[in-house]
Design a protein around this ligand. Structure first.
Ligand SMILES: [Mg+2]
Length: 233
């Protein structure tokens, strides 16, 4: 049934969003003299969204957006020391150890014996490559693709590049917006495994599935059974 099974990385293979929410809490604390926590969160999200097309995704972009927000929120009064603290927060994120989600090691190792596996992730190239390498799973994947955005066109281009028929392609990930809907749109199959928290930017209300269905799972441990079931139909 499938030639290739591809996995998203952040919050599908390893924990990621918690790192951002923990850092945001520290950032809000740092700016508590200027604005309420909610207002800082709103200002930061606004800046991040505005900056996406300049910087793309990832920790370095997040750091620049935190610095910009701190200057804006403090009306230029933020101290050099506070900016240094923000840079420290970003470096702590970059240095955080990779923590695999439960079941990932076993599932990826087992599936790699029967299928070609890929990682398709967006974000910062250096950081994503370093996480793949730290995960101890790099040898299980035939290709690691780090892209700047996961749209229908991105997936189409990747499938063409690797000579994969969409009908024989399964994508597994935690974002309807990035991992599921664009894959359905090009005729592939997708398994959606929600993570317990989702960045506002990735949330889709009333998703347009174009009449196609995706498979919603509770955890990655259910992927092998889904693959078996789909292969029998
Ligand atoms: Mg993800």
């Amino acid at each position: 049934m499938f030639d290739v099974i591809a996995f998203d990385a952040d919050d599908t293979l390893w924990h990621n969003e918690v790192l951002y929410t923990e850092t945001q809490d520290k950032f809000k604390e740092l700016l508590s003299d200027y604005l309420s926590a909610d207002a800082v969160e709103e200002a930061l999200y606004r800046t991040e969204k505005q900056n996406l097309h300049h910087y793309g995704y990832g920790i370095k972009s997040f750091a620049l957006s935190m610095i910009e927000t701190a200057i804006e929120v403090s009306d230029g009064q933020i101290s050099g020391q506070a900016i240094q603290a923000v840079i420290g927060l970003a470096k702590d994120m970059l240095n955080a150890p990779v923590q695999l989600l439960d079941g990932v090691h076993g599932v990826i190792t087992a599936l790699s014996k029967s299928y070609q596996l890929m990682v398709i992730t967006k974000g910062d190239l250096l950081n994503q490559e370093s996480k793949v390498s730290q995960s101890g799973l790099a040898h299980c994947f035939t290709h690691i693709e780090v892209v700047s955005e996961k749209t229908k066109d991105t997936y189409q281009a990747l499938l063409t590049k690797h000579c994969i028929s969409p009908r024989r392609f399964l994508m597994v990930g935690n974002s309807l917006r990035s991992d599921v809907l664009p894959v359905l749109a090009i005729g592939g199959q997708a398994a959606y495994i929600p993570y317990h928290t989702t960045w506002a930017h990735e949330i889709v209300v009333n998703p347009d599935q174009g009449g196609k269905v995706y498979h919603e799972l509770e955890h990655i441990g259910q992927v092998p059974a889904l693959v078996r079931r789909l292969s029998q139909t």
